[in-house]
Ligand binder design. Structure first.
Ligand code: ADP
Ligand code: ADP
Ligand code: ZN
Length: 219
């Protein structure tokens, strides 16, 4: 059976950081819907143009576009998967459950909630920088690059994200509480998903250790 880890948590909770760690340590493949959509925007594709006004405001991409982006990728790979930033609405969660139900015995979905108090979200998101070339994520204070504002691996200048302004972050927190928060309860209740919760307000290494424990328990 293939493992499908679902990382769920507010903006800045560490989903991307921990997904990278799991890929390096266990050889999983990770799909970040945020990264997929930012790439569509940067390339100016039809989908990119449609979602730009939504993403820039901190609003969600429509469910049909999101499902299309994720399900095909899960089907194509034969590796264990990490979903970073999906599902984010109850509709997406139910469609994902349906997908697993239609392929009995093939997937073992494991949801891991990374909790973070909302007052921490802004500090995390506003200091976040990443490398355009390799995607590696840094933080001005919590995970600084070795050279000021340059990627450790590629030496390229790091960029802040355009959806990190105070107003947009405020919207993203609201949207998270309204749309995504209910999924945590859904995962807890549905027998098909194994469910775990870790505390996100600790060091990156400590969060990693908690998640590694869960992975080892399952595999
Ligand atoms: P963060 O890392 O701060 O949690 P992401 O990079 O995961 O943010 O997502 C950035 C933006 O991409 C979201 O604000 C939203 O507009 C869009 N997005 C990403 N995943 C989804 C999804 N599953 N459903 C709807 N919109 C999404
Ligand atoms: P998400 O994908 O959930 O939005 P990220 O992994 O992108 O979160 O992390 C958000 C920002 O916070 C990044 O700049 C990252 O370097 C930093 N960060 C991640 N985890 C921690 C942590 N446990 N403590 C402090 N900073 C963290
Ligand atoms: Zn890089």
């Amino acid at each position: 059976m293939r493992l499908v880890f679902i990382l769920i948590g507010p903006p800045g909770s560490g989903k991307g950081t921990q997904a990278d760690m799991l890929c390096e340590k266990f050889g999983f493949v990770s799909y970040s819907t945020g990264a997929i959509f930012r790439n569509e925007m940067a390339r100016g594709t039809a989908i990119g143009q449609r979602i730009t006004p939504l993403m820039d405001k901190g609003l969600f991409v429509p469910d049909d576009i999101v499902m299309e982006a994720v399900i095909g990728r899960i089907q194509k790979t034969r590796r264990n998967v990490i979903l970073d930033g999906f599902p984010r609405t109850l509709v997406q969660a139910k469609l994902l459950e349906r997908f697993f139900q239609l392929a009995p015995g093939r997937f073992l979905p494991v949801a891991i909630e990374i909790g973070l108090p909302m007052r921490e979200v802004y500090r995390r998101v506003s200091g976040r920088m990443s490398c355009d070339k390799c995607g590696k994520v840094y933080h001005v204070k919590f995970r600084p690059p070795r050279l000021t504002q340059r990627c450790d691996k590629c030496r390229r200048p790091l960029k802040f994200r355009s959806d990190a302004t105070r107003a947009v972050v405020k919207t993203r927190i609201k949207v998270y509480q309204k749309e995504t928060w209910p999924i945590v309860k859904f995962f807890r209740q549905r027998p098909i998903f194994k469910f775990f919760s870790v505390k996100g307000a600790q060091s990156i290494a400590a969060v990693s250790a908690s998640i590694i424990k869960i992975v080892k328990k399952i595999t």
